[in-house]
Design a protein around this ligand. Structure first.
Ligand code: OAD
Length: 255
């Protein structure tokens, strides 16, 4: 559809969203795999999902790692190599710009993604509630380290010699407590919560929508289509985040 014929309600919704953002004392953002889709990273639940032939239980659970760490590391080393060649897209950059415009203390980005693309785009206050595949953690001494180099097939801790694992949250695991608490506080305090590119079916992350609503935050969703969250948000902006978010920033104008 040409832009001028495109759903007139998107234009109106964008204006409404810009208005709310202008008035906001602080803003929180929750992102999911959809925000990185235009960078070429597959999402989890759309066709061609991320697991590339692997069942989640074989590669993304603590049980899988105990059973076959080599298989798990093969999977993650492939993903780590892939991440080196992808770049942030205009959606990531627009969120970094929003943070610059709002200034320190008025913006928090909570992401379920482990790809590091928000920071690569310049976002500063990023809470990675599902961890990061750029980091590793020792299963013995728990030491965490950022490693962008190619790792051994079965990497080991230089300090204690135990196995390293990707520092991500696997299925059946709890979220990192401190990071999750910071996310809840930021979302509770924010006047607006932008929910971008997530199917909003995985908890506790999806519960941040209720956290915002509990303190009368306005919730704005950006997604290709309706999601499990759509009925609980105040406004939906339907379209690719790499297009919708830059349009929103254009409406907001320079600070
Ligand atoms: P999903 O794959 O469940 O959802 C991706 C969402 O992005 C869908 O709602 C799509 O419609 C939307 N989408 C796709 N392309 C888009 C685009 N260009 N612009 C805007 N939206 C787009 O991914 P998540 O919601 O992130 O957890 O999944 C949540 C969690 O489930 C993941 O963090 C992961 C997985 O289990 C763990 O690994 C712990």
């Amino acid at each position: 559809m040409p832009a001028d014929q495109e759903a007139p309600h998107l234009e109106a919704a964008l204006n409404q969203a810009a208005e709310w953002l202008r008035q906001a004392a602080s803003v929180a953002v929750l992102t999911g795999a959809g925000v990185s889709a235009e960078s070429g990273i597959s999402t989890f639940r759309d066709a061609g999902g991320l697991w590339e032939g692997h069942r989640v239980e074989d590669v993304a659970t603590p049980e899988a790692f105990r059973r076959d760490p080599l298989l798990v590391w093969k999977f993650y080393n492939t993903r780590r190599a892939n991440i080196q060649s992808v770049r942030p897209n205009p959606g990531h950059f627009a969120l970094a710009e929003l943070e610059r415009q709002l200034g320190p203390g008025r913006f928090t980005l909570v992401t379920q993604n482990v790809d590091g693309l928000h920071r690569a785009a310049g976002s500063q206050r990023v809470l990675e509630i599902h961890g990061s595949i750029i980091r590793v953690r020792c299963v013995g001494c728990e030491k965490r380290e950022t490693r962008t180099d190619a790792l051994a097939e079965l990497p080991r801790c230089q300090d204690c010699g135990d196995l390293l694992r990707p520092d991500v949250v696997w299925f059946h695991e709890a979220l990192p407590e401190e990071v999750w608490e910071q996310a809840m506080v930021a979302v509770y305090e924010a006047s607006v919560l932008l929910v971008v590119g997530t199917s909003a079916v995985v908890y506790p992350a999806a519960g941040l929508i209720e956290v915002s609503r509990a303190n009368r935050g306005r919730v704005i969703e950006v997604n290709l289509n309706a999601t499990a969250a759509s009925e609980r948000v105040d406004l939906s902006l339907f379209g690719p985040s790499g297009e919708v978010l830059p349009r929103l920033m254009k409406l907001l104008g320079p600070s």
